[in-house]
Ligand binder design. Structure first.
Ligand code: CO
Ligand code: CO
Ligand code: CO
Length: 329
């Protein structure tokens, strides 16, 4: 919304508001740039500790998506004045703290306001070498796309809450959400990734488009290769969708080329909003397979190559039903 004010950035701003990146990056010296982000969410589980973990992992993810290292965090709490036991709120903060510590960052403080709806998250500050920022821009033709976590959690939330799907499935999904993108981020830096974004509210489609626009390329995504929760396709086939699904479809319309032979549920899966989703990474074709193997070896078990980057006159997302990559690995 602020884009229409066309703010003039000083040269220290390495990543500002123009590229829909996950975090802002501000150069302090020739060696160090500051990475700043803020994110908070409403609960997706009745387990307060786990909610705290997920909210923190979700906020830290925006620093990881820039290839940066989180250093400090501040709690952001919107807590109701009554109706929720104080042990519950304490458990949220402890869950968040655990993830901050796992990230190797420190909690410096925070701020609370009274709000009718509970929300929790973090403002996170990190650092990165000014020459090593991994932004949305930078995906080059010939590269491959890697996704590090499954998609489809958004549409499963409702059915799980209403008891239509087993609680164990949601437990597994929440576990994936609580997983930090730390290892994926460190490995992508090590392997020299070109571009990266994390997958959150706009779904794989919307965040892929941010990368396509910032990089000026076409991204081809092969539905047969996308890691996803199998149950999500069943729910979508039965008419399930989230509040965000249609909005996300509208966001990409005009840039979206979906093969006629792509089943509608597989297309819709790309519009499914995620919380604390994985990283979408553009990496050169020769490094992609060793990168995915390294991710698997470090426990990022669902990571997969899902498509490729192509030259295009204007940014575009193409969805193909097969799992045939044009670029040979
Ligand atoms: Co993000
Ligand atoms: Co975010
Ligand atoms: Co990024």
């Amino acid at each position: 919304m602020l884009k229409r004010f066309r703010l003039e950035d000083p040269p220290e701003v390495l990543v500002g508001m123009n590229t829909s990146d996950d975090a802002g990056v501000y150069r302090l010296t020739g060696e160090i740039a500051l990475v700043q982000t803020v994110d908070f969410i409403t609960p997706l589980t009745d387990d307060p500790f786990l909610f705290g973990q997920i909210a923190a992992a979700n906020a830290l993810s925006d620093v990881y998506a820039m290839g940066a290292k989180p250093l400090t965090a501040l709690n952001l709490c919107c807590f109701p004045g009554s109706g929720i036991p104080s042990e519950w709120l304490e458990a949220i903060l402890l869950g968040g703290l655990e993830k901050i510590q796992e990230a190797g960052a420190v909690l410096l403080g925070g701020h609370s306001v009274q709000d009718s709806e509970l929300k929790y998250g973090l403002s996170v500050t990190g650092i990165v070498h000014p020459d090593q920022v991994i932004a949305n821009a930078g995906a080059r033709p010939g590269a491959l796309l890697v996704l590090t976590k499954p998609i489809g959690s958004g549409v499963l939330f409702g059915p799980v809450k209403s008891g239509q799907l087993p609680g164990e499935l949601w437990e597994r999904i929440l576990g994936d959400m609580a997983q930090l993108n730390k290892i994926s981020s460190e490995l992508m830096v090590e392997f020299g990734a070109q571009a990266c974004t994390d997958i959150t509210g706009f779904g794989l489609a919307g965040h892929a488009l941010e990368m396509a626009k910032a990089s000026g390329v076409e991204l081809t995504i092969r539905t047969g290769l996308i890691p996803h929760y199998r149950e999500a396709l069943d729910i979508i086939r039965a008419g399930g969708k989230t509040r965000m699904t249609d909005l996300n479809r509208q966001v990409v319309a005009g840039f979206w080329h979906c093969g006629e032979n792509v089943p509608p549920e597989e297309e819709q899966l790309l519009f499914d909003p995620q919380t604390s989703g994985g990283l979408l990474i553009s990496i050169s074709a020769e490094k992609a397979q060793p990168f995915v193997e390294a991710l698997h070896a470090r426990g990022i078990q669902h990571a997969a190559i899902i498509g490729e980057v192509q030259a295009a006159a204007s940014p575009k997302i193409s969805i193909k039903p097969d799992n045939n990559l044009k670029t040979r690995i």
